[in-house]
Design a protein. Structure first.
Length: 281
């Protein structure tokens, strides 16, 4: 009983079976925002949840459990339709719902082989930085790349940042203690940085992790920023970007609020200086 209580709760409904796959065969994972290949056959549904006392229910464990269930049904892919990350006041487990798929092998590609065409020959790398919740929900901290602050990390928050500084770099953050993460940045590459807070003596300590692209992409897609953390992005004609909240606009100007040193500053800009506007979801 003690052993079973530590494992995630699994519920599988299978509508159609194929011969089970060998345990060595890979099962492709499609995230929340990923499209699945045409003519994919849905074999059933998997739900991996929290039985109430689970402790071994991190993302990799939950996905491995789902893959095992897919293999039993003869499926070679799963499509995540719901992902509830751990939360400070709720479950400490990742909980997912996923469809079991049978996909033609000829259209399946390992996640590592899928490359964003926009990054070919790019003179920058992309850091996908996110924090989905957990301990220390009220603790925020600045994330540095070397001597530069690149963003402020809050609870239920995410941001993708272009980095034009290749080679061995160090990401770091500090509250009551300092946490460092070495990252060897190569242009044309994407990196996923999972941020969190661990228990400390007073306000909690930052934790930074470089995770695999397959894990990071799925977790990043699942983060739903709180209203207070949503930001619009204004790109200027000279390439500079302004993270802000757009308050209003007219035919000549855009009126917005920017955040600097934890202070709000309301300002405006003429439309002729603006190349594009990306609004938060």
């Amino acid at each position: 009983m003690a052993l079973s209580s530590c494992a995630p709760k699994i519920s599988t409904t299978v509508n159609k079976n194929y011969p089970a796959l060998d345990y060595r065969e890979e099962v492709m994972v499609f995230g929340l925002q990923d499209s699945v290949p045409a003519n994919s056959e849905v074999l059933g549904v998997i739900k991996v949840g929290d039985p109430g006392f689970a402790s071994d229910c991190g993302w990799d464990v939950v996905i491995d459990k789902a893959k095992i269930e897919a293999r039993k049904a003869g499926g070679n892919a799963i499509k995540i339709t719901e992902h509830i990350p751990p939360s400070a006041l709720g479950s400490s487990c990742h909980r997912i719902t996923a469809k079991i798929l049978k996909v033609e092998n000829s259209v399946l590609k390992p996640a590592a082989a899928i490359v964003d065409s926009s990054l070919l020959n790019a003179d920058y790398a992309i850091l996908h930085i996110y924090r989905y919740g957990g301990v220390g929900a009220l603790v925020s901290y600045d994330l540095h790349l070397g001597d530069t602050v690149i963003c402020r990390v809050s609870n239920k928050w995410k941001k993708s940042i272009k980095i034009r500084k290749d080679g061995l770099n160090t990401l770091w953050a500090k509250t009551e203690a300092k946490e460092e993460l070495p990252v060897n940045i190569k242009f044309g590459t994407e990196y996923y940085i999972r941020c969190s807070v661990t228990m400390g003596a007073f306000v909690g300590r930052p934790k930074l992790e470089l995770v695999s692209n397959s894990t990071g992409k799925a977790e990043y897609q699942s983060v739903k920023p709180s209203k207070a953390n949503k930001r619009d992005l204004i790109t200027l004609n000279d390439g500079r970007e302004i993270e802000c909240i757009i308050n209003s606009e007219d035919s000549d100007n855009v009126y917005f609020t920017i955040f600097k040193n934890e202070k709000e500053l309301k300002t405006q800009m003429n439309r002729t200086k603006i190349k594009s506007i990306q609004r938060s979801e």
